[in-house]
Structure formats: C-alpha cells, structure tokens
Design a protein around this ligand. Structure first.
Ligand code: F6P
Length: 330
C-alpha cells in the first residue's frame, strides 16, 4: 500500500455542481489518512503555471452546498502538448506532489491518461464531474442530478406560461454529444417530444408528433432538444422552431435556450453524497496503488475503470426511456 505525504487535487473542463463536495471529500479523506493536500488552481493550467494552494480541513468548510468550484476550472490547450504536460509534471514534483486527483469529464481524463503514461511515477486518478453524465463506467457523474433538477424546475415554469398562452415551446438543454439530460428531464416534465444526439429523429417524425390531433388540441406542448441533436449544428433550435412554424402557422411557438444556468446552483443531496463517496474512493484508490483510473459508481458500488475505457467507450442512453416518453405522450 502506497504511503503518500502529499497529493494534489484539481477540477478541469466544464464545472459541475458537486465539484466542491468532491474537493472537500478528497481533502478530508486524505488528511484523515495522514496525507497533505494541495489544491491546483484553474485545472491543468494551474499545474503548468505553478498555481497551488494548501488545503487544510477548514479550507474546505462550508463548501459542500456550493455550486461551481473553489479551485476554478479551465479547458487548457497547453496541456494537450507533450511540452505542456512535462512542465506540469515538473511543477507538481517541485511542489512535492506525489499523486493527483482530477475531477472532470472525458477531456480531463484524456489529459490525465497521457500524463500518467508519460510519467508512470506520478499516479493520477479521476472523478467523473460533468453535468452531461456521458462517461462510460459510471452510472452517474457528479453534477448530472443537479442539472436535471435545474432543467425540470425551469421547464415546469415554462409549462405554466405555455399553458396560459396555448403555446408550443421548444426548449434547448445542454448536451453537445449526449442526450442524458434531455432524455431524463424530458420524461420528468412530460415533454411531447425529445430530440437527442444518439437517435436520428427525422423532421418528418417530429411532424408526425405534431400531426397527432390529440396533441394539437392540447393546451400546450413541450419539445425538449439536446444542443447536440441532429440538425442543431445547422441553425440550432431557432431554425427548428422556424421550420415547425412554416408547416404549422396556426401554432404559437416560442423558443427557450436554458444554457449555462444548467451548470450552476447548489448541488442536490444526491450529488453531494455521490461526490463525497467518490472523493473518499479516489484517496483509497491511490493508497491501493491504483493509477490511470476513474473512480465511478455502478449499481451503488464504487468501481475502478481504466481511463482508456472511460474515454474510448461510449456510454449508451437507455432507449427504453425514449420509448417510454413516446408512450406517455400519446
Ligand atoms: O460538458 C459540459 C457542457 O456543459 C456541455 O453540455 C456543453 O455543451 C458544454 O459544456 C459547454 O461548454 P462551454 O461552457 O465551454 O461553453
């Protein structure tokens, strides 16, 4: 069993609610095991530029309930180069870091895997932190549950005004490459149609939803669209609404793009607990000589998934849920 004196922790990529809870858990679980912790600021950029801050027990007090990340985050281009990673490694060593915990999504893990490969004497483990829930090898990512609840809260409000005006709302939610947020939130708000990147939904199919008389006689309709759904790159959700409007001029259509509000806010209880479990799991994994792995959760059990697998494999959306949404929106 490895005995570390000092480890680093950083957050990278898009922030996600619950990252602070994960930082707290890593810090306290490490200190509990006699290991000092250093926070690396601004993700990998902080490693390259030598931006560090010591994290003691009280430095992570009062953050479990906060959105964002106290360590800040960034998408760092320099870390994509071998020279950048070499600089990061040297700075980490100079700071006395013997291992690193990275919290982020697939971009974060891609960098971590390369760093690990080039410097096998510097173990790195990752925690899945992204609202997209698109990491293979874990049922849930930190931040997904909160983002879902944020979407549901916002769309419920939209439903109120949609119903008052008898309008059709097309709501765009996040998910550049994955439809997890759209699919689950769509079911939770009772959407009439859900468009996700994983499934080609030809426009004709969407039209057939709208042609369904019972739907058109409803007081209001909601279509939930993931930002990466088919056709979104060619004009986005506004273009889609325009097209629907041309075909159904009698419909009163409005568009709402929820955007970055989905990444903010206090983490849900689920995300706080998940982040706490995974944070401790990362420290234990390092002490157990693990490296180049993501610590995830599957069927309520902590799992270790090699970065390679977490990055290369595509996590599938549950298509039964899409069918369910269709059945329930008759
Ligand atoms: O990966 C998380 C995510 O929120 C995606 O859903 C979204 O497409 C992207 O980040 C937006 O990134 P940025 O904040 O860099 O615009």
């Amino acid at each position: 069993m490895a005995k570390f004196k000092k480890i680093g922790v950083l957050t990278s990529g898009g922030d996600a609610p619950g990252m602070n809870a994960a930082i707290r858990a890593v810090t306290r679980a490490a200190i509990y095991n006699g290991i000092k912790v250093v926070g690396v600021m601004q993700g990998y950029a902080g490693l390259i530029n030598g931006e560090f801050r010591d994290l003691k027990v009280t430095d992570v007090s009062d953050i479990i309930q906060k959105g964002g990340t106290i360590l800040k985050t960034a998408r760092c281009m320099e870390f994509k180069t071998k020279e950048g990673r070499q600089k990061a490694y040297e700075n980490a060593k100079k700071e006395g870091l013997e291992a690193l915990v990275v919290i982020g999504g697939d971009g974060t893990f891609t960098g971590a895997r390369l760093l690990s490969e080039e410097h096998p004497d510097f173990p790195v483990v990752g925690l899945p932190g992204t609202i997209d829930n698109d990491l293979f090898g874990t049922d849930y990512t930190i931040g997904y549950d909160t983002a879902l609840n944020t979407v549901v809260d916002a769309v419920d409000k939209i439903r109120d005004t949609a119903a008052s005006h008898n309008r059709l709302f097309v709501v765009e939610v996040m998910g550049r490459d994955a439809g997890f947020i759209a699919l689950r939130s769509g079911i939770a708000v009772g959407a009439e149609a859900i468009l996700i990147p994983e499934v080609r939904t030809p426009y004709a199919e969407l039209k057939s939803y709208l042609q369904n008389n019972s739907k058109r006689k409803r007081l209001n309709n909601l279509i939930i669209v993931a930002e990466g759904a088919e056709g979104m790159k060619e004009g986005g959700v506004f273009k889609l609404a325009e097209r629907v409007n041309q075909d159904y001029p009698e419909l009163d259509i409005r568009v709402s793009v929820l955007g970055h509000m989905q990444r903010g806010g206090a983490p849900s209880a689920f995300d706080r607990v998940l982040a706490s479990q995974l944070g401790e799991g990362a420290v234990i994994a390092l002490m157990d000589d693990q490296q180049s792995i993501m610590v995830g959760i599957q069927n309520s059990k902590i799992t270790h998934v090699p970065f390679n697998q977490a990055i290369k494999n595509k996590k599938s959306v549950n298509l039964d849920l899409l069918k369910l949404a269709e059945i329930l929106s008759i």
